[in-house]
Design a protein around this ligand. Sequence first.
Ligand SMILES: [Zn+2]
Length: 110
Amino acid sequence: MSDNPLDPQADPFKPPEIPIEVHCLHCDQEYDSYLIEWRECISADGTPQGFWCCPTPGCDGIGFGFDILPTDPNYQDEHGGWVSFDDEEDGEPWEQPDEEPWDEKDEFEE
Ligand SMILES: [Zn+2]
């Protein structure tokens, strides 16, 4: 299980594996996503926590997809799973890009 708050790879706001151009909402800068920095700090309750942070000095923007967004509004990550922020309901229903590897029918035949 990777519940470790200090595991950069397990963080939901991890930048994409393939660098893209991103824009920070806090400092209004554009840069490549590989520049987003992993930083660790101690939170108010004494537990260590890590965050993907904006690399701009003095900026407190954190999290790819949170404060730091792709400049391309049609961006999808390498899994096709980028969740856009539009909440209109006339879109297609969310679909998994890949089918589950197992076949439920076989389980029932037994
Ligand atoms: Zn910033």
